[in-house]
Design a protein around this ligand. Structure first.
Ligand code: BJW
Length: 231
């Protein structure tokens, strides 16, 4: 494994112990909102105020949370790993970024970015957003959250599949396997690749992994990183 090519996929579970709610838990984000009311392009067309409010609240909540031991362990792994490492997150929070991960793709977008509906510029956006928000690049386009909603194509798919098809180790951390294409990544790696799932409970696609470790991310991820750096 000394200089193996790694692809690591993370989901909401890695940020749970930082205090951010996951989607599908009993007290999760989808308990208060129907998915089709906040996370689809149709919802944004039908009720933009509700969608802006949902993401404004979540953007604001980032100010009161910090990266945890799992985010930090992955950043440390990237800093010391002699081979290739690509971290792909479905999370729209900025906890991997703040922990120091750099070779990182946010496949479902980022809470702290907006996208112009006119010129399509991607904009750093740290404050609230509403119907009056205008693009500073073209000075006229309306702005939407830079979030990949259902029925939209996730970001950076070419780079992700290229890395998956060449990887030696694929690890999925804290993701339930409900949402595609991420849930299908484990099927895209070469047959020789090692596959490992780290999760509080087995995901819907757990049977596709060679190895499963169950427990909280703040314990499992630092232990996994220690093992990997020692072998
Ligand atoms: C812990 C823990 C702790 C807790 N320690 N672990 C029928 C079949 C197949 C596919 C489809 C279908 N019908 C439609 C589709 C496609 C659709 C889809 O997958 N639908 C399913 C619901 C069936 N997908 C799409 O539309 C996607 N686009 C697409 O497919 O385009 C076509 C295309 C693809 C590729 C190339 C070309 C074309 C887009 C999906 C966009 C998803 N967007 C969301 C919301 C927006 C972001 C936001 O608001 O934040 O992204 S949905 C939501 O789910 C969010 C998440 O990123 C995503 C995944 O959730 P995640 O991270 O897995 O969270 P949870 O809550 O589900 O799970 C948490 C896990 O953590 C659990 O397992 C816990 O056990 C664990 N956990 N505490 C460790 N302490």
């Amino acid at each position: 494994m000394a200089s193996a090519r790694l692809v690591i996929l993370t989901g909401a579970g890695i940020s749970a112990e930082s205090g951010l709610r996951t989607f599908r838990a009993a007290d999760g984000l989808w308990e208060e909102h129907r998915v089709e009311d906040v996370a689809t392009p149709e919802a944004f067309r039908r009720d933009p105020e509700l969608v802006y409010r949902f993401y404004n609240e979540r953007r604001r909540s980032l100010a009161s949370v910090e990266p945890n031991a799992a985010h930090r362990a992955l950043a440390q792994l990237e800093a010391t790993w002699p081979g290739e490492l690509l971290l792909v997150t479905q999370n729209v929070d900025d906890l991997h970024d703040r922990a120091g991960s750099r070779n990182l793709l946010h496949m479902h977008g980022e809470l702290k970015k907006g996208r112009c509906l006119g010129c399509e510029a991607i904009l750093v956006w740290e404050t609230d957003m509403d119907r009056a928000s205008r693009c500073p690049v073209c000075a006229q386009g309306r702005v939407r959250p830079h979030i990949v909603w259902f029925h939209e194509v996730p970001l950076d798919m070419d780079r992700i599949y290229d890395a998956l098809e060449r990887c030696d180790l694929f690890v999925a951390i804290g993701t339930s396997g409900h949402v595609y294409p991420a849930a299908g990544f484990v099927q895209a790696v070469p047959p020789r690749a090692r596959t490992l799932e780290l999760n509080l409970e087995p995901s819907l696609v757990a049977s596709a992994f060679q190895e499963i470790r169950q427990g909280p991310a703040t314990e499992l991820v630092p232990a996994f990183v220690r093992d990997l750096l020692e072998t």
